[in-house]
Design a protein. Structure first.
Ligand code: CFM
Length: 567
């Protein structure tokens, strides 16, 4: 056996891609080939994204209802939310996503409830509108909420219940805001469609209901921040230290009343571009609030974001304060970062998460000297990969046409540009960019594999060939990855730790990765390809070749060293 004598060459990404695809039927391989791309940071190539997953492929995606109810609407804690559908769908509204809240004293919090109309065969056959009305009345009688949202699951759309008319009638009857969301799970390609539906609903039904601004010199919203593991609290604490007030987040630890006045701020910061860019755009058109992309994941990214915000407000006092805060925070962070960096410099990470974290978390790994060998989103669109400049070239297909595009115009009374055109132009000529997101690919190295909607099969190949030191991914593949001997940091609910945002969060993350990479437990796990090799000596050659031997040849990245015996 010659395992130790093998020369391990850097895998050729084109060969890796071919290896991933070769198991698929021709049509599937053709489609997946468009979703597995060799990166070119200077001119990101077109990637296939936001298209339906081919049946049979094991994907990590969720449904449209999950994106609307679970992701965007879920965290608005005093908006009473009723799922209209079978009780099983309702389960996924029951805090299965880890958006934390800490309502102020005396405020209502419905997050711990899971309210559902429990549709039965009767309603499927004869219609569920009556039962829905009854559920709304019942919920109102018990809780007396400020507002109610009704969220549809698949059968509602299939049988044609008119939930919007029900909401309208109940609004009149109860005298409170009642709104409906046609976010049936099948409506789109993934949860991404649900984000868009939720954005439309929040914009139409909540934002703009209260014109009274919070009193603050520097006042902004953080959009697309969902307070997973307390991230929004970490960001809020940091911004407060700088003297910046957050009126509303969409939607992390936020109340219905805060969302009502979201349109009164001077600036919108967009954290998760994928899930909330629609609202940012619509608020700009209707109210004149500019938006900028922000990122509080990673120490360097956080510092950059703070400076960007300070530059927008154009105040010496704020700029000085921001620099002071960055210096203070870095003082505490740097020794931890340097110590951990020394242990893990050059190690390899891969990231396959959602619609924004696969990009944002790259900064945290880079902070401690690690290299990103591959990354991809589950359900993002081309603009999240290639940047918003490709928006005009994205083809509108039957699936995207399914989701309403709101026609938004400037509000006749309330449209008020927050900066004059001259001020905006001056900022832009100083390198400041509004309404812009450059996407993931410009920040990744040349020829790095960018993989959209990665399948379990592709993940296995990636691990066998690249042997990453850690993978950031989700619960659906976490244990598959760990059974292969690779630590997996679950980047949706954070494996119940966190927060990871801002400077304090970055320290938590470095320590967590350090712990995961230094524990000795992984060496006790024999990955499946080595197990089969041990059981059958004839397979040893294939195993050593990263399981990627094709047509009797050893792939170029794993040629045996001269003089080394093979088996
Ligand atoms: Fe935005 Fe999210 Fe994400 Fe997302 Fe999500 Fe999430 Fe996510 Mo899980 S809104 S796209 S639909 S950052 S629940 S808080 S972690 S897949 S990367």
């Amino acid at each position: 056996m010659s395992g130790t004598n093998d020369t391990l060459m850097a895998p050729d990404p084109a060969e890796v891609k071919a290896e991933m695809l070769k198991i698929y039927p021709a049509k599937t391989a053709k489609k997946r080939a468009k979703q597995i791309i060799l990166n070119e940071p200077d001119a990101p190539p077109e990637i296939g994204a936001n298209t339906r997953t081919i049946p049979g492929i094991i994907t990590q995606r969720g449904c449209t209802y999950a994106g609307c109810r679970g992701v965007v609407m879920g965290p608005i804690y005093d908006l009473l939310q009723i799922t209209h559908g079978p009780v099983g769908c309702g389960y996924y509204a029951w805090l299965t996503r880890r958006n934390l809240v800490r309502p102020a004293k005396g405020q209502t919090n419905y997050l711990q409830y899971c309210m559902n109309t429990d549709m039965q065969e009767d309603q499927i056959i004869f219609g569920g509108e009556k039962k829905l009305k009854q559920a709304i009345r019942e919920a109102y009688d018990i809780f007396k909420p400020k507002a109610i949202a009704v969220l549809a699951t698949c059968p509602v759309g299939l049988i044609g219940d008119d939930i919007h008319t029900v909401a309208k009638q109940m609004k009149e009857e109860l005298g409170i805001n009642v709104m409906a969301f046609s976010c049936e799970g099948y409506k789109g390609v993934s949860q991404s469609a649900g984000h868009h539906i939720a954005n439309n609903g929040v914009f139409k039904n909540i934002i703009g209901l209260d014109d009274q601004p919070d009193e603050a010199e520097f006042n902004m919203n953080i959009l697309g921040e969902y307070n997973i593991g307390g991230d929004a609290w970490e960001i809020d604490t940091l911004l407060r230290k700088c003297g910046i007030h957050v009126t509303s987040t969409l939607s992390g630890d936020v109340s219905y009343d805060q969302v009502k006045k979201a349109h009164t701020v001077q600036l919108n910061g967009v954290m998760c571009h994928r899930s909330i860019n629609y609202i940012a755009e619509m608020m700009e058109k209707k109210f004149g609030i500019p938006w900028i992309k922000v990122n509080f994941i990673g120490a360097e990214a956080t510092a950059k974001t703070l400076r960007k915000i300070a530059k927008f407000f154009d105040s010496k006092k704020l700029t000085d304060r921001v620099e002071e805060v960055i210096a203070q925070e870095m003082l505490a962070l740097k020794p931890v970062r340097e110590e951990i960096k020394a242990r893990h410099q050059g190690k390899k990470a891969a990231l396959f998460v959602g619609g924004s974290r696969a990009h944002h978390y790259q900064d945290l790994f880079r902070d401690i000297g690690m290299e990103i060998i591959s990354a991809g989103y589950e359900f993002a669109h081309r603009d999240d990969y290639e940047g918003r400049k490709v928006l005009p070239t994205i083809k509108v297909d039957a699936d995207s046409r399914n989701i309403e595009e709101l026609h938004v115009e400037a509000d006749p009374e309330r449209y008020k540009p927050r900066r004059t055109p001259e001020q905006m132009a001056a900022l832009e000529s100083g390198g400041f960019s509004f309404k812009d997101y450059e996407g993931m690919m410009v920040e990744m190295k040349k020829t790095t594999l960018v993989i959209d909607d990665i399948s379990h099969h592709e993940m296995e190949k990636l691990i066998e060939i690249y042997k990453p030191d850690i993978i950031g991914s989700g619960i659906k593949d976490k244990f598959v990855i760990e059974k292969m001997g690779v630590p997996c940091k679950q980047l949706h609910s954070y494996d119940y730790s966190g927060p990871y945002a801002a400077f304090g969060g970055a320290i938590n993350f470095y320590r967590e990765v350090d712990r995961m990479l230094t524990t000795k437990v992984w060496k006790y796990i024999l990955p499946p390809w080595e197990k089969s090799a041990a059981a059958s000596p004839a397979l040893v050659h294939v195993a050593k070749a990263g399981g990627a031997k094709k047509n009797g040849e050893t792939p170029s990245w794993r040629k045996p060293a001269a003089g080394g015996d093979e088996v």
